[in-house]
Unconditional design. Structure first.
Lengths: 303, 340
């Protein structure tokens, strides 16, 4: 290629960054935001009700992803059935986690609860390594992408966005209108009085854990369409999920939604102008700055 | 008096250990055990006072990359590189610590903010891949050629025995710092702060300054740990010196041993190393991850049933003066009377 042609192309992309690709980055950021919001939803629900941060939340998502991969690829179960089964599996994992790990330390120092689920993080990571090895696995199914003019939007991201928005909407509806949802909200407001009013706290906690696990399973279904699963996958989006929850105000579902979209824009647009890692760096530095400015989160409501 | 003689005897045994005719590999394990003991102790100096940091990987990463990058890119001696790393660590610790303490970010909010810090450092290292080698890691340019076995200016030594003594010296230094902090007013002040911050402030304790001082101390010691790691291993990568997994490893190592007693973090480091080696010998290299599996399981069990750690629990059980041990248990996790 002659040198002048090369220079001309580079000049065009540098001097005019506000082009169709920036729009694509913004749209992809919105789609990524939906997925992150779904990831944050389960964790936020658990925190809002039980007041515990599951550090191993992303590892539960990993369990779901391995569940789908194993059922679909190794056992030949159709993909939708494998996904449903995995949602159930992770929901059960959530209940087991609460019953055997979280409830013994429920009255201990808050930091102990953080640490005990951190132990589960190592455990699940190692369990995945022992059973499945360190290889990257994928279900071998890719959704077609949608082309709008020059832009190309990944179909699995569109699906993830739609599912995430639906899930968040129905959770909102469930908490606001049903009897059980009201009980969950009540116990999250005052955990010592509600048992006196005839709400079985242990049952509500188990139910919430199952629900939180179910959301992790749902997130696993969407992630498995976009990413390969491997034992360390939790570390790649786990920290991001906690930071989104804290940024939105732990336990604040709407705050988590807003924070997810803010973070996703930083990552997507930051990654468009620089490298993808710088997008993350900007997002994390933004998080630290917000913590100093509003420690209770962007939309602080608690306290 | 008796305990002091015992301690001196054990230390003498430790110092003589490299001459027992061990092979290179056992010696390497001993060097690593003492290095991790030093790093965990550095972490616990602040962790035991109610400041559980999930971000010490950031300081270790800064130390390790400061020496290797200044040596490889600019030919600056690691002695100067280490000073640059320490300066950067102090800045980082103050930039994170001061607002945290000023705005009362405590408990798991503090843990998560520091977690974000360690991820920022890891991601910056990965993003600067043209200089740092990215996720593949980096090897400091060798200064040892042919017959030379040591290069003092480049801080590279061939002899593992020499490294062993260097690590032991830093480990002893950390124990001494721990004791000094214990005997200072700052420690009493910090213990009061970790139990009731408002009450401590009301009796005139400079809350923010005390917390910041101890944070900077702990961060600088961890940074030196990163320098030692880089110069001994002569290979570093973002995952082995910074990021969430190494930060959590420090937290759990210290807690497994017992972060409220002087030798607890040391015990944790030795315990984890022995555990992974024994499992490796018993199970073999094929069963990759089994040691981590048992490690994770033990951590969960420790925090539920033995929050004061192995050594902490053992001392509590066998001590003839339970009151003294209760005092050493300090605030925070597992402190008797706090659960009721």
């Amino acid at each position: 290629m002659p040198t002048w042609a090369c220079c001309e192309i580079r000049e065009a992309t540098v001097t005019n960054p506000f082009d169709i690709f920036l729009l694509e980055a913004v749209l992809n950021g919105i789609l990524l935001g939906g997925l992150l919001a779904l990831l944050a939803l389960g964790l936020n629900l658990i925190f809002g009700v039980i007041d515990v941060v599951w550090i191993c939340y992303a590892e539960l998502v990993m369990v779901g992803m391995y569940g789908i991969w194993w059922l679909h690829t190794a056992q030949g179960v159709p993909l939708p059935a494998a996904m449903l089964a995995s949602i159930g599996l992770v929901a059960v994992c959530g209940m087991l986690l609460h019953h055997y790990v979280v409830s013994p330390v429920l009255s201990a120092e808050p930091i102990n609860q953080l640490l005990v689920t951190g132990g589960v993080l190592f455990f699940l990571q190692a369990l995945a390594t022992v059973i499945f090895g360190v290889e990257f696995r994928n279900v071998g199914f890719r959704m077609p992408s949608l082309n709008l003019g020059d832009m190309s939007l990944s179909g699995s991201r569109l699906l993830a966005f739609a599912v995430a928005v639906t899930a968040i909407g129905s959770t909102w509806w469930f908490l606001r209108t049903t009897y059980l949802g009201t009980a969950i909200r009540a116990i999250s407001q005052d955990r010592s009085v509600m048992p006196l009013m005839g709400v079985n706290a242990t049952r509500i906690y188990l139910l919430t854990s199952a629900l939180g696990g179910g959301f992790a399973g749902l997130a696993a279904c969407l992630l498995v369409l976009q990413y390969d699963v491997h034992p360390a996958i939790g570390l790649s989006f786990g920290p991001l999920t906690f930071l989104i929850c804290v940024l939105g105000g732990l336990g604040n579902l709407i705050g988590g939604l807003v924070a997810a979209f803010v973070f996703a824009q930083f990552i997507s647009v930051g990654g468009f102008f620089l490298q993808i890692e710088w997008g993350y760096v900007i997002a994390f530095v933004f998080f630290i700055a917000v913590m100093f400015w509003k420690p209770e989160g962007l939309l602080s409501r608690r306290r | 008096m008796n305990a002091r003689t015992l301690a001196a005897g054990l230390l003498l045994l430790l110092l003589l250990a490299p001459w027992a005719g061990l092979g290179r590999y056992p010696l390497h394990l001993m060097v690593m055990a003492v290095l991790w003991a030093y790093i965990y102790t550095s972490w616990a100096i602040m962790g035991r006072l109610g400041m559980v940091s999930f971000g010490h990987g950031a300081f270790m990463g800064v130390g390790a990359y400061a020496v290797v990058l200044s040596w490889n890119l600019f030919g600056v001696s690691p002695w100067v590189g280490a000073l640059l790393g320490i300066a950067a660590t102090i800045v980082l610790a103050v930039v994170i610590g001061y607002p945290c303490f000023r705005f009362r970010i405590v408990g798991h909010y503090f843990a998560l903010v520091t977690l974000a810090l360690s991820e920022v450092v890891r991601l910056v290292i990965v993003a600067l891949r043209d200089q740092t080698g990215g996720s593949l890691g980096i090897t400091p340019r060798s200064a040892l050629g042919g017959t030379e076995t040591y290069a003092l200016g480049a801080l590279q030594f061939d002899s593992k025995v020499l490294w062993f003594y260097i690590m032991v010296a830093f480990w002893l230094l950390a124990l001494w710092v721990w004791q000094r902090v214990d005997r200072s007013m700052t420690r009493l002040a910090l213990q009061a702060i970790s139990e009731e911050e408002d009450a401590a402030a009301s009796i005139g304790i400079p809350v923010n300054r005390s917390k910041l001082a101890i944070t900077v101390l702990s961060a600088v010691m961890t940074c030196i740990g990163g320098v030692l790691y880089a110069q001994y291993q002569l290979y570093i990568s973002p995952e082995t010196v910074s990021g969430i997994s190494i930060s959590l490893q420090m937290v759990f190592g210290a807690i497994a041993g017992g972060m409220f007693v002087l030798l607890g973090p040391t015990f944790g480091a030795v315990f984890l190393l022995v555990l992974s080696e024994v499992l490796r010998v018993l199970i073999g290299n094929q069963a990759h991850g089994v040691d981590q599996l048992i490690y994770g399981l033990l951590l969960v069990l420790f925090i539920i049933f033995m929050p004061e750690g192995i050594l902490g629990a053992a001392l509590k059980r066998f001590s003839r003066t339970p009151a003294a041990v209760d005092g050493a248990t300090g605030p925070g996790m597992g402190a008797p009377g706090k659960l009721s």
